[in-house]
Design a protein around this ligand. Structure first.
Ligand code: AVJ
Length: 326
């Protein structure tokens, strides 16, 4: 629990060392400042994301859960009995419960959540630890490494990989292609991937989802600066950065930025780095790509899957696509 704090005071933790390297690359140069999205999710960031899922403006997580809940049985019916389940990103486990329960009605299930965050895995174990006929084995690693380990452990049974919540939206489009191809590379024909994608909607609705009235998403975004202060001994004043949300129509993505109020210099002591901001200059902290309904199937084909089924939500356009490795 205290690893991050220890990282700041004593020898840097492994995570802090990686954050430092990313800060050097993303903040040190002359171009657009940016940081990889994963740094948003420390303990506070993860808790804020869970709060975001309750915001009236942010329907994504609830839509994802509604679809999984309503179609879990239809999904289970399309899969072979005794399927092994791996999930990329363990989330809170809440929406996964529906899928696991439906599968466990058919036969016992082994569930392998994969996440870089030990805290997220611990919460997942609490949430899903006592679902009848479900056995959990957690993997603290990145997605592809964890998935290879899971694939290496199985015998004859098929594998179902869950990649829901529109986490894929964080990838650039070319990187999403590469990632799905890499996932396919670990799978055997007949294995399945359930892919959740948030769909394109009216622009004001998408903007509001990332700029809610209560300011929870702004806090989620600014928490990144607080984290860097703590782990890398930096002196960001989060009040001097505005939460900014943009819709890029060309790439069909929402972007989150932190926009400097005035020119400022920030010291990142642990990295022996000084960063200058011009007035209005931003750090690009996240991209959330939005998909057209036919895009997941096309993406699937390019990566070596066929789309066997797609379910969507009427209230909040979101799609869950069942992709089968060919
Ligand atoms: C968890 C990546 C799907 O991009 O919508 C929510 C994260 N960022 N509000 C998203 C997020 C700001 C979320 N994903």
């Amino acid at each position: 629990m205290s690893a991050h704090v220890e990282g700041a005071l004593g020898a840097p933790s492994r995570e802090s060392a990686l954050l430092m390297a990313d800060a050097r690359v993303g903040l040190g140069g002359p171009g657009q400042k940016w940081l990889p999205v994963r740094w948003l999710y420390d303990e506070v960031g993860s808790a804020l994301f869970e709060a975001i899922a309750y915001l009236p403006e942010y329907g994504l997580t609830r839509a994802d859960e509604r679809i999984l809940r309503s179609h879990a049985r239809a999904l289970a019916a399309r899969l072979s009995r005794g399927v092994m389940v791996a999930e990329l990103g363990s989330g809170s486990g809440r929406k996964t419960r529906w899928v696991l329960e439906a599968l466990a009605r058919q036969s016992a299930v082994r569930y392998h959540p994969i996440d870089v965050s030990a805290a997220a895995l611990a919460r997942c174990r609490v949430e899903l630890g006592e679902v009848a006929r479900v056995e959990i084995a957690t993997h603290e690693s990145d997605y592809l490494e964890g998935l290879s380990a899971v694939a290496g452990e199985r015998g004859d049974e098929d594998l179902l990989v869950l990649f829901v919540g529109s986490t894929i939206g964080n990838f650039e489009r070319a990187a999403a292609d590469d990632f799905l191809a890499a996932v396919r590379g670990v799978l055997r024909p007949g294995d399945a991937l359930l892919l959740g994608t948030d769909l394109v909607k009216e622009v004001p609705r998408m903007l509001a989802a990332y700029d809610d009235a209560a300011g929870v998403t702004a806090a989620f975004n600014r928490n990144l600066l607080v984290r860097i202060n703590r782990e890398l001994l930096a002196d960001f004043d989060p009040r001097r950065f505005d939460h900014e949300v943009r819709w890029d129509a060309g790439s069909r993505r929402i972007e989150m930025h932190l926009r400097s109020r005035g020119a400022q210099r920030i010291a990142i002591r642990a990295a022996e780095l000084e960063i200058r901001f011009r007035d209005g200059e931003t750090i690009w902290t996240e991209s959330s790509h939005k998909y057209r309904p036919d895009e997941p199937a096309k993406l699937a084909l390019r990566a070596g899957f066929r789309c066997a089924a797609q379910w969507s939500d009427a209230e909040w356009p979101f799609a869950e696509s069942l992709l089968v490795a060919v």
